[in-house]
Design a binder for this molecule. Structure first.
Ligand code: URP
Ligand code: ZN
Ligand code: ZN
Length: 492
């Protein structure tokens, strides 16, 4: 009998700290050997001439997420929009792009608890092929939710709470946000935050619409950099008050990143994530003819080319240490699509969000590594190692190491591809990256020792994705408190 179920031979293995030329022996879905030469595998995958990367970990994906009112600006009717991407199509897309695990979102609808939605969402997620964990959205932090339900989801292995400081049906007041922070602190959860100022966006939106400025491009006008900077500053200040770690999601501009850098400099546990859209798209994309601009609409809004350069700088400095997709796909056509919900309406009513699960690694590799902006090791840290650590998925995910899950992306660093929607293998009828030329592309994806994509052909049995329970982990350990975060005298 062979020693290994699968041997990956002859590749250059890249980790977050360096590269080594070695073979990988896989047994029972895990990496059990790294050696100069391994020959006794029941199956072999030839990685000659290729890089072998840890499978991507995308810690910010909206998949099959039923949302009341979708992610709309400040209008927010109570229509139910189910995010079109199912766990099955998201898995196909992720594998096509070299990603093997995601952290996605369990919604909470105002007026409801979190447990009923969790049960529904668990059933949806179990139908995919990707490994997954959840952030729990808190949009209605009642005492019942915070005191009785949050401990139950923590016991089930969910260790991050997500809050929005904008969007009509979701945004929290400062008081509510503080309560969530204090609850997270008690139970050892990370809090992830969408930082934009709700009132400022609402005010500007009303003015724009009153002036007849309703086209998609005015989405960017409704939420300039300052609303993101202010909310980022406030989120950090309130987190500091409670002494609670946070991750600021989808940072689009240097001014917000500078708030994070200052917090990090003061020793606070504040992390920043950005996304490929803030490195490749601009607000001008929303000014395309007709309704086409809606295809690029996400929040925060894409900015300018100069701003993209500043975001790269914040990545290079390490201020922004995770690059996620914020995959949130709404087709342009179709019942749940952008046009059906927003073509004849002001920009405020168009669902916000763009697809990017499959494009994340190729874009970051091409724009980052191939163009010499970041090293290969930095790329691995941004896309796999750091999100896995920050989400408490390490050492199982995000690294090529003995004992880790055998999640791998075999990568051709020289392959040139023009991004086109069919290559994304998702359920959405477009990609905002259509026509973008990239250098570097995944040629095989391995999930827990199983080859789930080869030369663009995705396989894998629906229902084989595993839930990834997260226990307490080093930097987000629960801390004893007297009550709601007041276990210490205030600083200063
Ligand atoms: O526009 C976006 N980003 N849609 C997804 C929801 C969110 O804000 O992350
Ligand atoms: Zn967001
Ligand atoms: Zn998001």
């Amino acid at each position: 009998m062979a020693d290994y179920d699968l041997v990956v031979r002859g590749g250059l293995v890249a980790s977050g700290v360096g590269t080594m030329r070695c073979d990988i022996g896989i047994r029972g879905g895990r990496i059990v050997a790294l050696a100069e030469s391994i020959t006794d595998g029941a199956a072999t995958l030839d990685a000659g001439g290729l890089l072998v990367l840890p499978g991507g970990v995308d810690s910010h994906c909206h998949i099959e997420e039923p949302a009341r009112g979708g992610y709309v600006g400040t209008g927010g009717d109570l229509a139910v929009t189910v995010n079109e991407e199912s766990f099955r199509t998201a898995s196909t897309s992720a594998f096509a792009g070299g990603t093997t695990s995601v952290v996605c979102f369990v919604p909470q609808w105002k007026g409801e608890g979190i447990l009923p939605r969790l049960a529904d969402y668990e059933q949806r997620a179990a139908k995919g092929m990707l490994d997954y964990s959840f952030h729990q959205i808190i949009s209605d932090p009642t005492d019942e939710v915070l005191e009785r339900e949050v401990p139950q989801i923590v016991a089930r292995g969910i260790r991050s709470l997500k809050v929005f400081l904008t969007y009509e049906p979701l945004h929290l007041s400062d008081e509510q946000f503080l309560k969530v922070l204090a609850t997270a602190r008690r139970h050892g959860c990370l809090v992830t935050v969408h930082c934009e100022n709700y009132a400022a966006i609402k005010w500007r939106t009303e003015m724009l619409i009153k002036a007849g400025m309703t086209a998609p491009k005015y989405h960017a006008w409704s939420r300039p950099v300052v609303v993101e900077r202010e909310a980022t500053h406030r989120a950090i200040a309130l987190a500091e008050l409670v002494d609670q770690p946070i991750q600021v999601f989808h940072v689009s501009c240097a001014e917000a990143a500078e708030e994070i850098a200052r917090a990090q400099h003061r020793g606070l546990k504040v992390w920043g994530e950005t996304c490929p859209q803030y490195l490749t798209l601009t607000a001008a994309d929303m000014d395309r003819p007709g309704f086409e601009g809606a295809a690029y609409m996400c929040s925060p809004s894409p900015r300018t080319e100069a701003e993209q350069g500043r975001v790269w700088e914040m990545i290079r400095r390490g201020t922004l240490d995770v690059v996620s997709s914020d995959h949130c796909g709404f087709s342009m056509a179709g019942e749940a699509g952008k046009a059906a919900n927003g073509r004849d309406a002001p920009f405020r009513d168009i669902p916000n969000g763009i697809p990017g699960l499959a494009a994340r690694l190729p874009i970051l590799f091409s724009e980052g590594v191939s163009k010499g902006r970041i090293s290969l090791e930095h790329f691995v840290r941004l896309t796999a190692t750091n999100p896995a650590r920050l989400m408490g998925l390490a050492p199982r995910k995000g690294a090529i190491a003995i004992g880790a899950d055998a999640d791998l992306a075999l990568w051709d660093p020289k392959k040139r591809v023009t991004i086109a929607n069919p290559l994304m293998q998702h359920a959405i009828d477009y990609t905002p990256y259509e026509g973008l030329e990239v250098t570097g592309w995944p040629v095989a994806t391995v999930r827990r020792g199983e080859v789930v994509m080869r030369d663009g052909v995705v396989q894998g049995e629906p229902g084989t994705g595993q839930f990834l329970p997260r226990g307490p982990y080093d930097f987000i350990a629960p801390r004893g408190v007297l009550a709601d975060g007041f276990d210490a005298a205030p600083r200063g």
